[in-house]
Design a protein around this ligand. Structure first.
Ligand code: ATP
Ligand code: MG
Length: 737
């Protein structure tokens, strides 16, 4: 048997080697679905049944797509370039970029992320003088997205009442605005490419003929439109190979439909449904707990997982009085695992809502444990980066009003609200973009606004023909952003981030074939958010249960298991919501390979309020014999130190083996033990205060300070040539000298 197929069980083998046909692999967590999907692609290609060009694969994250390509090219002597692998958004972006004109978009169309979209809706409603109490922008944006994700356009909205009619009207206006500005939101990427393919017969025929094999991971979370998109792509006789788990469907709130699985079976007359029930990820107790939890859901396609890995340890449960105590307990357990040799990056802290991470971060940070938050405030969402990107977007597409509006008077250049209103008025009257309207202005407004458009024109001239990193550098410098933040009291970080944007552009160019500005901007809107995951080797991973889907860790903590938090309070009233929460819990539990910790707190500070809660019903659903209730380690120890602006002397994550609680009582920021100097900084391994480093742009220097943690971890470096600078570790192009 070929190497590829050697380590598969009989069901997996059958799935991998199915003849080209529509197939559904319906299988529980950790049963090897993703592995089967990748192996199938490799098998199809290595047996000559398909060439890379024939393959289209949909993954759940961009990161998963990259990993898939890396694994394939490691296994096979092939060029994966012709293969289309990515998320729905990523693939649609690629399609629209290739056929922008046919899709009715400018070549350099820009993507609005969620916050850009909200800003665009706000601007629209203001222009239309809409009462935003009656029509909050957020609701209007949700209305738009939900309808788009159902594949609708404004004229198709069934509006029986004035209220809905009004919203459909705003939506139409919003579409006009986006079209004028040459921008598309996330949902539009999908809808637009769907429409492109359904209307343009030759194009459809081309892709239908090209992609003979379409493979979809996490199929249970596709929404109506995504499913229709797949049907269209597969309409020319491609084999559609979908893997999924109905028990892990956790995006119903975004329109995901488990029903797609049944529709798929029916509509495609799927001959082959293969079930994989052996779990290779988790020990028996963890799996038994997962099975016991999910059994309480009524709506299931039904399957049960088993493992031959042995029962393993019981699940460790902790009841804390407060969220702080819970965090402290978690830190203590992590330390003890570290002493036993557990690698930090294989440890995950999961929680239901992002707001829970703060307390955990603080505890980890205070303890000097390296950690990384996945999906926190992303680098590309920071204010100063958004500003710089807005200038860049205007260089690519002058009609991008969202970008125009963002920076027309930032940094302040004396363009008052009145001038901006006059400009908007002129744009509305002429039905043109702000930039276009600006050139036709006269009088005082023209002079004020001219300062800005003149700057843009000079920037465009200066940047013509320059490579991307230099374009970014020109923009950061000549937009006045750098000078602006130099005068701000807390501007050091922002300046460092702007520098890092230049570096990010340089990295982008070195890693991508298409190093154009437009490609970089697409990357900044679509992919950059995942940048943090898995990075920072040697760091504990913090993320919501939602973002943990598809991943696995040796040790998993699920914290905040309280009624109202997990299950979330919004879901308590209806069975459907509760079942979705339970699936999310199932996802969380099944991430663990060897050890699972479950914890809850009697009181918790969240969004500025103290909440009093009882333990989650999900805990009660786990058979007691699988659980071991824990008491705090080193009870009676001092509380956590107060938040420190500067990092405490960073401690080694994996100290020398010692007594079980060795050193715990004595550690502190002044502790001059030798390990301290070898220590790693929070959030990134391999760095410490006092270390000599080399920066790609600033040259040699010494780390003199540190603060923040996770994706926010920053170091202060004294550079020989460039002076003192703060750098964001996640983005810094820094290495040991
Ligand atoms: P999820 O539902 O969480 O996405 P999955 O079904 O996609 O899980 P994988 O991630 O593909 O599962 O596999 C889970 C783990 O089991 C991986 O570490 C994988 O390498 C391993 N595994 C899968 N099949 C086998 C096998 N036949 N032999 C040994 N290990 C396996
Ligand atoms: Mg998977």
């Amino acid at each position: 048997m070929s190497d590829l197929l050697r380590n598969l069980n009989p069901q997996q083998l059958e799935a991998v080697t199915l003849p080209p046909c529509h197939a559904l692999i319906l299988a529980g967590a950790g049963s090897g679905k993703t592995r089967v999907l990748i192996t199938r692609i490799a098998w199809l290609i290595s047996t000559g049944q398909a060439s890379p060009r024939d393959v289209l694969a949909v993954t759940f994250t961009n990161k998963a797509a990259k990993e898939m390509l890396a694994r394939l090219s490691a296994r096979l002597p092939i060029n994966t370039r012709g293969m289309w692998v990515g998320t729905f958004h990523g693939l649609c972006n690629r399609l629209l970029r290739a056929h922008a004109r046919d899709a009715g978009l400018p070549e350099a169309f820009q993507i609005l992320d969620a916050s850009d979209q909200l800003a665009a809706v706000k601007r629209l409603l203001k222009r239309l003088n809409v009462d935003d109490e009656k029509h909050p922008p957020r609701e209007v944006a949700q209305f738009i997205n939900a309808h788009k994700e159902a594949g609708e356009r404004p004229d198709a909205v069934e509006a029986w009442d004035d209220f809905t009619r009004q919203r459909a009207g705003f939506w139409q206006e919003y579409e006009n605005q986006c079209q004028r500005e040459g921008v598309v939101d996330f949902a539009e990427l999908l809808l637009r490419s769907y429409e492109l393919l359904s209307r343009n017969e030759p194009l459809r025929a081309h892709y239908q003929e090209r992609f003979r094999h379409i493979l979809v991971d996490e199929f249970q979370d596709t929404n109506v439109l995504q499913y229709r998109w797949l049907k269209l792509m597969a309409g020319g006789g491609a084999a559609l190979f979908c893997v999924g788990d109905d028990d892990q469907s956790i995006y119903a709130f975004r329109g995901a439909q488990v029903g797609n699985m049944r529709d798929f079976e029916r509509e495609f007359r799927v001959g082959k449904v293969i079930r994989l029930e052996q779990n290779y990820r988790s020990h028996g107790n963890i799996l038994d707990a997962a099975n016991a939890i999910i059994k309480n859901n009524a709506a299931r396609l039904g399957k049960n997982l088993w493992t031959d890995a042995g029962a393993g340890e019981p699940l460790r449960v902790f009841e804390a009085q407060t969220d702080l105590e819970e965090a402290r307990w978690i830190v203590d357990e992590i330390r003890s695992a570290a002493r036993a040799g557990q690698e930090a990056s294989r440890v995950a802290l999961l929680y239901r809502s992002n707001a829970q991470s703060r307390v955990l971060e603080h505890a980890l940070f205070s303890a000097g444990l390296p950690y990384r938050v996945y999906g926190g405030l992303r680098f590309f969402e920071r204010q100063e980066i958004k500003h710089a990107l807005a200038y860049l977007r205007l260089l690519a597409n002058a009609d991008d009003d969202t970008a125009f509006q963002r920076v027309v008077n930032f940094p302040a250049r004396g363009i008052g609200a009145r001038s901006i209103e006059a400009l908007q008025e002129a744009a509305r009257a002429g039905g043109v973009s702000l930039a276009a309207a600006a050139s036709a202005l006269s009088g005082k407004t023209a002079i004020a606004v001219g300062a800005f458009t003149g700057l843009l024109a000079r920037l465009a001239a200066a940047c013509a023909g320059l490579p991307l990193p230099e374009v970014v550098e020109q923009v950061v410098e000549h937009s006045g952003l750098r000078a602006h933040y130099r005068t701000e009291r807390e501007g050091a970080d922002r300046l460092a981030n702007l520098d890092e944007l230049v570096n990010a552009a340089a990295n982008f160019v070195s890693e991508n074939e298409d190093g154009s500005l437009v490609a970089f901007l697409g990357y900044a809107s679509l992919e950059a958010g995942e940048h943090q995951a898995g990075e920072g080797e040697g760091a504990i991973q913090l993320m919501t249960a939602h973002s943990a889907k598809g991943l696995e860790f040796d040790v998993v903590f699920v914290s905040g298991l309280e009624e109202g938090l997990f299950p979330h309070e919004n879901a308590l009233d209806e069975d459907k919501g509760l079942e979705e929460e339970r699936r999310l819990m199932y996802v969380a539990v099944t991430r663990a390979r060897r050890r699972l910790y479950l914890s809850f707190a009697q009181t918790r500070m969240l969004h500025g309020h103290t909440r009093y809660s009882v333990k989650s019903r999900f805990l009660d659903e786990i058979p007691q014999q699988l659980l071991r209730w824990m008491s705090p380690r080193g009870a009676g120890r001092a509380r956590l130190p107060a938040p420190a602006r500067f990092a405490p002397a960073p401690r080694l994550f994996n100290p020398k083996p010692g007594s079980e609680d060795g050193g715990q009582g004595t550690e502190g920021r002044n502790n001059p033990e030798p390990e301290t100097r070898k220590a790693k900084l929070a959030g990134l391994s391999g760095f410490r205060v006092g270390q000599s480093v080399l920066h790609a742009r600033f040259g040699p220097g010494v780390i003199v300070g540190a603060e923040g943690g996770g994706s926010d971890a920053r170091v202060q470096v004294s550079f020989e040539g460039a002076g003192l600078k703060w750098l964001v570790l996640a983005m810094a192009n820094l290495r040991a000298a």
